[in-house]
Write a protein that binds this ligand. Structure first.
Ligand SMILES: [Cu+2]
Length: 311
């Protein structure tokens, strides 16, 4: 596994390499600039009681120094940086042309989770964006409510998810691994608990995963759990494909058991946390749009068992 950090300085794609290089050059340039200015200041302070210019220089040499370092150098450097960052880097990180990508994935921001839908498939999941490795993936982003911002720092720049608009970004991972993304635009109470995991897998494994995710919930997993799900109000907000639950307020739960985390990276997806989440989501993620519903211990256990099995 590689990645799994959120540092723009560990690039794992072509576009991110160009961003990282730009970052280092700007940082290096700023260090050189600071050193030059600080040295000149220091020199002036050391020589504060002397009339003559340093190194036996003339007035004209001093003027030339001021014009050269103070005006010409910044103009040349800033223009070069402008061309590099605003023309070249922006272009290399720009939205891909749909024809150049092998896969389109729709990402819809919600307070406070990511809905993820795969083009040409029924697959719909949340907070876990699986992609095939070394494949150009066209991410189409929008929002169901307020403005969010999609950012996977090791793979590319961010895009804003804006109501009524779609923005696109290329995701490409040069190695299999897990890459952490984050909502990068304050979007309300639980903005900080809005994590996205990008999992890049070998193509065959990805294809297998997508096939499984595209299938409806296996019918033999239903029974008492499904009945509770439908009768206790869960189905007012969630979809479980293949059942009567068809709402889209919360994440699609058709294959919730296959995810590594719940509630946008807030808790691990194990029996204890799943039960705790259904018992009182507000305690784990205060303000979350899922209400606490009155359920007995037994009902909780039956629901958890049902959801756990939705792999
Ligand atoms: Cu957000």
């Amino acid at each position: 596994m590689t990645g799994s950090g959120q540092s723009v300085l560990t690039p794992h794609s072509g576009p991110e390499h160009s961003i990282t290089t730009l970052w280092w050059v700007m940082f290096g340039g700023a260090c050189v600039g600071l050193t030059v200015v600080a040295t000149l200041l220091l020199l002036g302070w050391i020589r504060r009681n002397r009339d003559a210019l340093p190194f036996g220089g003339s007035e004209r040499a001093a003027t030339r120094l001021v014009v050269g370092l103070g005006i010409a150098t910044p103009i040349v450097l800033l223009s070069a940086l402008f061309v590099w960052s605003d023309v070249l880097v922006i272009r290399s990180t720009a939205a891909p042309s749909p024809r150049s990508t092998a896969l389109t994935v729709h990402v819809i921001g919600h307070q406070w989770f990511w809905e993820i839908r795969y083009g040409g498939s029924h697959a719909s999941t949340a907070n876990e964006l699986q992609i095939p490795v070394r494949t150009r993936v066209n991410i189409v982003g929008t929002t169901a409510d307020v403005i969010h911002s999609l950012w996977v720092p090791e793979l590319n720049r961010k895009i804003d998810l804006i109501p009524g608009r779609t923005n696109r970004v290329l995701l490409y991972a040069d190695r299999p691994g897990t890459y952490l993304g984050q909502c990068a635009e304050f979007c309300g109470l639980q903005h900080a608990h809005m994590e996205l995991v990008v999992v890049a897998e070998p193509r065959a494994r990805f294809a297998q995963w997508l096939r499984t995710q595209g299938t409806p919930a296996s019918s033999n997993a239903g029974g008492a759990g499904l009945q509770l799900f439908l009768s206790k109000g869960c189905a007012n907000c969630h979809e479980i494909r293949g059942t009567a639950a068809r709402a889209h307020v919360g994440p699609d739960l058709t294959h919730v058991g296959s995810r590594a985390t719940l509630a946008a990276g807030t808790i691990p997806n194990d029996r204890a946390h799943l039960t705790a989440w259904i018992r009182d989501p507000q305690q784990l993620k205060p303000g979350t749009k899922m209400p606490q519903l009155p359920l007995s211990q037994r009902e909780l256990a039956v629901l958890a068992t049902y959801l756990e099995r939705l792999k």
